[in-house]
Design a protein around this ligand. Structure first.
Ligand SMILES: Cc1cc2nc3c(=O)[nH]c(=O)nc-3n(C[C@H](O)[C@H](O)[C@H](O)COP(=O)(O)OP(=O)(O)OC[C@H]3O[C@@H](n4cnc5c(N)ncnc54)[C@H](O)[C@@H]3O)c2cc1C
Length: 382
């Protein structure tokens, strides 16, 4: 179905990015997947071409567009399976914290580099002993004079090896009641003494993505790098999670569409019992059902994109979209593997990696169980 949320300028931007991706991104994907990370030079080229911080203000070198420009980048990257280069994490998940809560000095210091691709961003919330229960983080930041002394461990941090600047979630007041009021956000440069990059983790899927451990060992962070106010960290995180979860849903539905399209092609080409696999009623019904669900999901996401751009508070609906599209993606890729037969299990067929890549979608950016907790609360159920 023709989508109606994009203006002519958005479509032109999509075409420009497609041309850039064909030349600068697609040829590198296999190498990135083998190495487990993207490369900084491509980030700089993306920055120079205007594809980082598409929605950031022009005064810092951004394009000053709306979130639909970012959504286009996410869609195009998901379509070509360029998971290794996490533009969305950089531009749509982490950069907005600096733009919204950063002081004028912080914005001036960091945002131009983020937009040029010289500063790659990450966010370090999760710890070995706590993920969903974010208020329970143990990383400590103790103020001493002009610095915070940061100690603690983080895990599963995207861009952990390649990143230059991290928003680190830390406790500045371990005795706060409730505990989430003791959480603050610090901007930590990766070359700060005491910032230690740990293992790059070996994963089931999204193998091109750099997911790593980080440690802080008496890491001295200038007090000027506190983002917003002390004790406001949890509130800022909650405010920004709407966009983060919308990003996952946007990418998820495109990944569904891509897996479906490849499977349709495959079942038309592969024959059994003298006819294409696509001629079996089972195949047709399965694909018809999945195509229906993808259209339903896309319609919901498009409505959410419009509401998000209009500045509406849609935390409940975005949480619904995150769990629903990611569960669809897991189910759909499983069905598509089945329709590929044994070839679906072979890594040389993209559907096999699609299946593995889908597994994490219901886990990160808040698990789908947490999405349902949020939805239920907003339904007045506790
Ligand atoms: C590839 C990848 C990239 C990631 N990138 C980042 C990153 O860049 N930065 C970052 O900070 N983190 C990142 N994460 C971490 C991710 O956000 C966490 O894994 C996620 O929030 C879940 O936390 P956990 O792993 O500790 O699971 P747990 O919180 O231990 O959860 C285990 C299970 O218990 C369930 N559960 C927990 N609480 C409840 C509850 N109240 N009700 C019902 N069920 C519950 C969960 O839903 C889950 O099924 C990444 C993870 C992965 C795998």
């Amino acid at each position: 179905m023709r989508r109606r949320i994009f203006a002519e300028e958005h479509e032109q931007f999509r075409e420009q990015f497609r041309r850039f991706a064909q030349k600068e991104i697609e040829p590198k994907i296999a190498d990135w997947n083998a190495r487990g990370m993207s490369d900084k030079e491509t980030w700089r080229r993306a920055g120079a071409a205007g594809f980082l911080g598409a929605a950031a203000p022009a005064e810092y070198g951004g394009a000053g567009g709306d979130f639909l420009y970012d959504a286009i980048l996410m869609e195009e990257m998901a379509w070509i399976r360029a998971h290794a280069m996490m533009i969305s994490l950089h531009s749509d998940i982490v950069l907005p914290y600096i733009l919204t809560y950063g002081s004028a000095e912080q914005r001036q210091k960091y945002v131009p580099g983020c937009i040029s691709g010289d500063i790659l961003l990450g966010i370090a919330m999760t710890e070995p002993s706590t993920g969903s229960d974010l208020a329970n983080v143990q990383t400590r930041a103790v103020r001493t004079g002009d610095h915070y002394v940061l100690n603690g461990s983080k895990t599963f941090i995207s861009n952990g090896q390649i990143g230059d600047l991290f928003i680190v979630v830390a406790k500045t007041d371990p005795n706060a009641d409730p505990p989430h009021r003791g959480i603050s956000l610090l901007l930590v440069e990766a070359d700060t003494a005491g910032f230690v990059r740990g293992r790059k983790l070996d994963k089931l899927g999204l193998r091109g993505q750099d997911t790593s451990e980080l440690a802080f060992e008496d890491c001295l962070v200038p007090a000027a790098n506190l983002l917003g106010q002390e004790g406001q960290g949890f509130k800022m995180l909650m405010e920004k999670l709407q966009q983060e979860r919308l990003c996952i849903a946007v990418q998820s539905i495109v990944s569904c569409r891509r897996a479906l399209e490849d499977t349709i092609t495959y079942t038309q080409q592969r024959h059994a019992f003298g006819q294409p696999i696509a001629a079996f009623q089972n195949t047709q019904f399965k694909l018809a059902e999945l195509a229906t669900e993808v259209e339903l999901g896309q319609a919901f996401i498009d409505a959410l994109l419009v509401a998000h751009v209009a500045g509406e508070e849609i935390v409940k609906e975005v949480s619904m979209a995150k769990w629903w599209t990611t569960e669809l993606q897991k189910r759909l890729t499983g069905e598509c593997v089945q329709l590929h037969g044994g070839y679906g299990f072979m890594l040389e067929y993209p559907i096999a990696t699609d299946y593995a890549d889908a597994a994490v979608q219901s886990i990160y950016a808040g698990t789908n169980e947490i999405m349902k907790v949020i939805i239920a609360r907003r339904m007045g159920l506790g």
